[in-house]
Design a protein around this ligand. Structure first.
Ligand SMILES: *Cc1c(COP(=O)(O)O)cnc(C)c1O
Length: 378
């Protein structure tokens, strides 16, 4: 059996261990320290636009704190993009709140502004004005930020941007993660850069960042003994993980370029295969990090299904994966309201993510190319 080709695997830059050694030498082996501060500064500089970043233990933790800081409580409703990974929606349930799912549109595969407006109007008419909106930049593709932001503003509902997959992406030059009231980043092992596991909350004021750090470190009041006026969480990033993050930040731009090259590779590969579309920016306003390259397969045109392709790749020990199964189709969220048509459902039926790692070698690409050409030439 040939070596496994992964969808997306960790890709170290080289200097990560140096930062970890510094942490050991100074005995900063704790959920705070110079690497945490340094990693936050690196992210703030990269994102530009005057943001404050709090490094946390996971992107999921960042989403949870964003909801808390937006005042989401038991029984509240929160709007969430249906087409996403479950971690976008689960923190709504952690708060005892109820998710309301909204369909995607076909250009960016992200939240449809028309369906969003319909959802807000309908929930308000039922006496449940949503407390927050969670949008996602799926696979690195920026959502329709202008339309979405305008609707959030019109109804005065805070926007939380799940940019877990979109570090390095931008819309009209403005970094994904910096549009909303809060932005969420993830550094899980499969993301564009990793801290082995970790996340961050992007804030727009020092006080929001302070509140995030306070909540993520057990909400200790200012007193010599342990005193608490709030429920706290243990969500801060460790100084060891942050050391990996500092090393990774040195190579982030290279990683984005490499992922975008993988996307170009697939565009070229599928250029002459009718019925297969490579997921691409709608126009020059959108700049995706192309965290994962994805395609849709129209069986009625090309004569093969998404599953035919996935199984053929699997046979050659090449990992691929159907697109996220929409949240409104998940058993655990079966009771949640849903607004929109069947865009997300169709994408789920036809879509496939292909190996996209920044560390794929030329021979890996040749294996992928041969396997795919073989499927569609039969
Ligand atoms: C990875 C991911 C998350 C969760 O981030 P973790 O760091 O793994 O907790 C949330 N939303 C989306 C869209 C993701 O892809």
């Amino acid at each position: 059996m040939q070596d496994k080709i992964w969808l997306s695997s960790p890709h170290m830059g080289g200097n990560e261990l140096q930062y970890i050694h510094e942490a050991f030498d100074a005995n900063w082996v704790a959920p705070l320290g110079p690497n945490v501060d340094g990693f936050e500064k690196d992210l703030e500089t990269f994102l530009g636009t005057d943001v404050k970043v709090a490094a946390l233990s996971a992107g999921t933790a960042a989403l949870h704190l964003a909801l808390i800081e937006c005042g989401v409580e038991y029984g509240d409703e929160v709007i969430c993009q249906s087409m996403t990974f479950s971690a976008s929606a689960n923190p709504i349930a952690y708060q005892g709140a109820k998710p309301v799912f909204v369909d995607s549109e076909i250009d960016t595969w992200n939240m449809c502004p028309v369906a969003l407006q319909e959802a807000i109007e309908d929930r308000i008419s039922k006496g449940n004005k949503p407390k927050a909106i969670i949008i996602v930049h799926l696979y690195g593709m920026p959502a329709k930020m202008e339309e979405i932001s305008a609707i959030a503003e019109k109804y005065n509902i805070p926007l939380i941007e799940d940019a877990a997959e979109a570090l390095g992406s931008n819309y009209k030059g403005k970094a994904c993660g910096t549009f909303g009231r809060f932005g969420v980043l993830s550094f899980n092992g499969n993301k564009i850069i990793t801290t082995s596991g970790g996340g961050a909350l992007v804030c727009h004021s020092e006080s929001d960042k302070e509140r995030t750090v306070f909540l993520s470190t057990q909400a200790r009041d200012n007193a010599p003994h342990y005193q608490h006026s709030h429920i706290g969480y243990n969500y801060r990033m460790s100084n060891i993980s942050a050391g990996i993050g500092r090393g990774q930040m040195e190579v982030l731009k290279d990683r984005v370029n490499a992922r975008r090259k993988m996307h170009d590779f697939y565009v070229e590969l599928f250029r002459n295969i009718d019925g297969v579309e490579v997921f691409t920016e709608p126009n020059g306003d959108y700049y995706s990090n192309h965290w994962l390259s994805a395609i849709t397969v129209d069986e009625s045109v090309v004569g093969k299904s998404r599953e035919d392709l996935r199984m053929a790749l699997l046979e050659d020990n090449i990992e691929s994966r159907p697109l996220w199964k929409p949240m409104h189709m998940q058993p655990v969220f079966a009771d949640a309201p849903y607004y929109g048509k069947n865009i997300a459902e169709t994408l789920f039926e036809r879509g496939l993510c292909l190996p996209s790692g920044s560390n794929l070698k030329e021979e890996d690409k040749q294996r992928i190319l041969k396997c795919i050409e073989n499927v569609f030439s039969k």
